[in-house]
Design a binder for this molecule. Structure first.
Ligand SMILES: [Zn+2]
Length: 158
């Protein structure tokens, strides 16, 4: 839970975002009367907005497992295949595979899956989309939270 303080008196009970002389401020219940209320946070979500911190990168819910380079090299050596051969079989550049084995490069899911098949290893693992513990998808119905307001505020400078 983020610490949010009233921009006017500093009380840790922000209840609204208000407009005071052109400035957007966070205000507590008492101070919100000293400006134009832009958005009022209802009691619960006002004080404890659940910040959705999930990055937008989790598209498929899969990712390349850690230690992929080692996994690939071990499997390849076990099978006695030179990098060049594996690269050719999966239709990728040899240098790219070198980079992947050294873990300087992260293979795409597509490449990782080709390697999984070719080398009979496990490289891709499922990940939980961690969008907060309780939220189960009805986000479009919730009013903007304080976090959303702050987000908007930040983005405004373009
Ligand atoms: Zn205040």
């Amino acid at each position: 839970m983020p610490d949010l303080y009233c921009d006017i008196c500093g009380k840790n009970q922000v209840r609204a975002q208000i407009l005071v002389e052109g400035a957007k401020l966070l205000a507590c219940g008492a101070c919100m009367r000293s400006g134009k209320v832009l958005h009022r946070f209802d009691d619960d979500e006002a004080v404890a907005p659940s910040v959705p911190s999930a990055p937008a990168t989790l598209e498929s819910g899969e990712e390349v497992a850690e230690g992929y380079g080692k996994t690939i090299r071990n499997a390849r050596e076990r099978m006695g295949l030179p990098i060049a051969v594996v690269a050719e079989r999966i239709n990728e550049k040899e240098a790219y595979l070198h980079g992947i084995e050294a873990e300087r490069l992260m293979p795409t899911l597509e490449v990782a899956k080709k390697l999984e098949k070719e080398l009979s290893v496990k490289l891709v693992e499922k990940v939980q989309a961690s969008v907060g513990q309780t939220s189960s998808g009805s986000r479009s119905f919730t009013p903007p939270t304080l976090a959303d307001m702050l987000e908007t505020k930040k983005k405004k400078g373009k």
